[in-house]
Design a binder for this molecule. Structure first.
Ligand code: SF4
Ligand code: SF4
Length: 135
């Protein structure tokens, strides 16, 4: 039995397909949805803990990939370069876990590393490239 946390990126046109249901029914996997959201460009994003026998897990991952779902393991670390961040706030609405939020008193954007799931959405959107992926 293995358990892994993964991020699934769904293309826009797949929003109504029962992908997760098929993982349970056809591959005998259990899951916990840790987070689900739709990003501004309408890509679906789901953070999932998948649990099952390794063979079934591998088959389930292959099924997801063949369906056009992009899979990202949660093995990378996101770090904010404090010297580069201008506190512009662009990253705040797209962060699915509210790891980036605006402090009402100071109007500064706070990064709570412990809430970050390394989905990388802020990395692409940050104008000065302050959010960095560390391997
Ligand atoms: S988008 Fe980048 S520069 Fe703007 S607040 Fe977020 S981390 Fe800072
Ligand atoms: S990678 Fe960025 S957008 Fe994703 S959870 Fe972490 S701080 Fe939020």
């Amino acid at each position: 039995m293995i358990s892994k946390k993964i991020v699934l990126h769904f293309p826009r046109q797949m929003g109504d397909q029962p992908i997760v249901y098929k993982l349970v029914k056809d591959y005998d996997l259990q899951f916990n949805i840790l987070k689900a959201s739709v990003t501004p460009d309408e890509e679906g994003l789901m953070v999932l803990e998948l649990i099952g026998e390794k063979e079934n897990f591998d088959k389930g991952i292959k099924y997801l990939e063949s369906s056009g779902v992009k899979i990202q393991p949660l093995s990378r670390d996101i770090v904010r370069n404090e010297e580069k961040c201008t506190h512009c706030g662009v990253c705040v609405p797209i962060c699915p876990t509210a790891a980036l939020y605006t402090d009402e008193a100071t109007r500064k954007v706070i990064f709570k590393h412990e809430k970050c799931i390394a989905c990388e959405l802020c990395v692409k959107i940050c104008p000065p490239r302050a959010m960095e992926v560390h391997f």
